[in-house]
Design a protein around this ligand. Structure first.
Ligand code: PGA
Length: 254
């Protein structure tokens, strides 16, 4: 945690979730009670097909809704794509950009991610910008250099603690059950905090720095209490309300 930063836990459903999982969203809305919502911002990012119904279910509750990706343009001839404006029109408030699965499956570059983050801001969404090193880069001791370059190139000028959240997700920790040691996470997050402060000054001090990669109820307490870890981006464990809520509960008593 960082003093004076309200943590945020975002669930990323990826390409999972049909109407029969809407009951999980309803349970999450119910679990995001007033006391818990004071302690953290709880966000769920279902697939685009469920966005509008998700915001309806979350209305007037402590649950917030985000999307998983957006196109850089507001509209036009881009078959199959969804714009940040469309996401905002569904009443969602957040959008993940630059997830490593997008970077890999769709060859998204840092400059694509940067444009998407700008699109989010244009539509009034908060961008959750993901960065992360591969296992080979980690083993070669290149994590900091890789992350610094990604941060520099993916985060647009004008980023503030209001319009941007950074998610550090080691690629090798996503969906694998593996996580870096708490000491490693602390060192990387301290490094990222320094980079943000150097570049953005005050807003860099206040910007939320999430950890993502195999966060689950059993390791949440340990991971979320690390210095400069201001919440989590949760994949697999966010599909069940019980698991996502149990991760969020870590904040109730702090
Ligand atoms: P995981 O995914 O929690 O299933 O490892 C995290 C993510 O990809 O955001």
């Amino acid at each position: 945690m960082t003093p004076d930063i309200k943590p945020l836990v975002a669930g990323n459903w990826k390409m999972n979730g049909q109407r029969d999982q809407l009951d999980q969203l309803a349970l999450m809305s119910k679990g995001a009670d007033a006391e818990l919502s004071q302690k953290l911002d709880m966000v769920v990012c279902p697939p685009a097909t469920l966005l509008y119904v998700a915001t309806a279910l979350a209305e007037d509750t402590g649950l917030h809704v985000g999307a998983q990706d957006c196109h850089a343009n507001a509209s036009g001839a881009h078959t199959g794509d969804v714009s940040a404006e469309m996401i905002a029109d569904c009443l969602a408030e957040y959008c993940i950009v630059g997830h490593s699965e997008r970077r890999t499956d769709h060859n998204e570059s840092d400059s694509d991610v940067r444009s998407k983050a700008q699109a989010c801001w244009r539509a009034g969404l908060t961008a959750i910008i993901c960065i992360g090193e591969t296992e080979a880069q980690y083993d070669a001791g290149q994590a900091e250099a890789v992350l610094s370059a990604q941060l520099q190139a993916s985060v647009p000028e004008g980023a503030t603690d209001q319009n941007t959240i950074i998610a550090y997700e080691p690629v090798w920790a996503i969906g694998t059950g593996k996580t870096p040691s708490p000491e490693d996470i602390e060192a990387i997050h301290a490094f990222l905090r320094n980079e943000l402060v150097e570049r953005l000054q005050g807003p860099g001090e206040r910007m939320r720095l999430l950890y993502g990669g195999s966060v689950k109820p059993s390791n949440a307490a340990e991971l979320l209490m690390i210095n400069n870890v201001d919440g989590a981006l949760v994949g697999g464990a966010s599909l069940k309300a019980e698991d996502l809520l149990s991760i969020c509960e870590v904040y109730r008593k702090v």
